[in-house]
Design a protein around this ligand. Structure first.
Ligand code: RRO
Length: 299
């Protein structure tokens, strides 16, 4: 699929609806990716759910959401009015729960241009449903998600030594793009209580701290699957962070944690990326994509 530009919001950092539109008109972005939705409403994890860290933050939101049916009725109409290209992210604890979410999304209008299949949430029941650690499980979920009748993007985790295998399995199962990466499992401990800071115990790290992890994941997957479209995400705060992911092999990027500090971050990253391309004489993102692979790079 083609998008008018390569910068989008990242799932989980830009709400379920049109809340960010007043800061950055969502139609001006490549796409707007909403927080993951299940076939049912889900309360999420106990608070506190967010904790700032040096160069990023930990979260343990735990997939709070209204469920696809309520989202279609209550959030989607306002989102459609923004004119944004909407990407719905879906989750489930089983293949059949993913299929149910996908079937419900099938009822959405054409503004929902793709579905991002979240195979990599680290914050559900201690990470027990991390499909992205297994090529077979990932493939089964992607195949089931085809019920949505839209292009599928598979969102994967870098916290596995099987990333390239998982990526290949998701592609074989029908994913049109891979979103790399989700957050990285982490833990913060309160010295006074001597207990974890976050309500659920563990959490997941995002922000500039994980940017090099994302660049490496994109690099490795592009090296193995050069024809596969990759959406790079992880610590994109400035235009140059986007450039780095594109050089590693991404066709587009998502802005996540930066939005918590500055709700206009995605628009700013797009402007900075555009400016960088102008100064570097780059006319098309496709001309930049994967350039680092032109030389033998020893990793
Ligand atoms: O909701 C969350 O706790 C969450 C999700 Br679904 C995800 O994919 N990644 C993340 O860091 N948090």
């Amino acid at each position: 699929m083609r998008l008018p530009n390569p910068v989008m919001t990242a799932s989980g950092t830009a709400g379920h609806g049109a809340e960010l539109d007043r800061y950055v008109p969502l139609a001006t972005l490549g796409a707007h990716v909403v927080k993951s939705l299940a076939a049912f409403a889900w309360q999420g994890n106990p608070s506190p759910r967010l904790h700032p860290t040096p160069l990023g933050m930990l979260n343990s939101v735990g997939l709070q959401g209204p469920g696809v049916a309520a989202w279609l009725a209550d959030d989607l109409p306002a989102l459609e009015r923004t004119g944004a290209r909407i990407v719905a992210s879906i989750w489930g604890r089983t293949v059949s729960e993913f299929r149910s979410a996908a079937e419900l999304i099938a009822g959405a209008g054409p503004a929902v241009v793709a579905v991002e299949v979240n195979l990599s949430c680290p914050n559900l029941e201690g990470g027990r449903h991390l499909f992205a650690y297994s090529p077979r499980d990932s493939a089964e979920v992607v195949a089931a998600a085809a019920a949505c009748g839209r292009p599928l993007w598979a969102k994967l985790s870098a916290a596995t030594d099987r990333l390239v295998e998982v990526a290949a399995a998701a592609a074989d199962a029908g994913a049109e793009a891979l979103t790399l990466i989700n957050t990285v499992p982490g833990l913060a401990i309160d010295l006074d209580t001597r207990l974890p800071v976050l309500g659920a115990g563990g959490g997941a790290l995002s922000g500039p701290a994980i940017h090099p992890v994302a660049v490496r994941a994109v690099f490795d997957v592009h090296a193995a699957l050069a024809d596969m479209a990759i959406v790079g995400v992880g610590g994109v705060t400035r235009g140059v962070d986007a450039v780095e992911l594109i050089l590693a092999g991404a066709s587009a990027v998502q802005v996540g944690t930066a939005t918590f500090a500055d709700p206009r971050a995605a628009g700013r990253v797009l402007a900075e990326l555009t400016q960088w391309c102008r100064s570097a004489g780059v006319d098309r993102i496709a001309d930049l994509r994967g350039n680092v692979h032109r030389r033998q790079v020893q990793t």
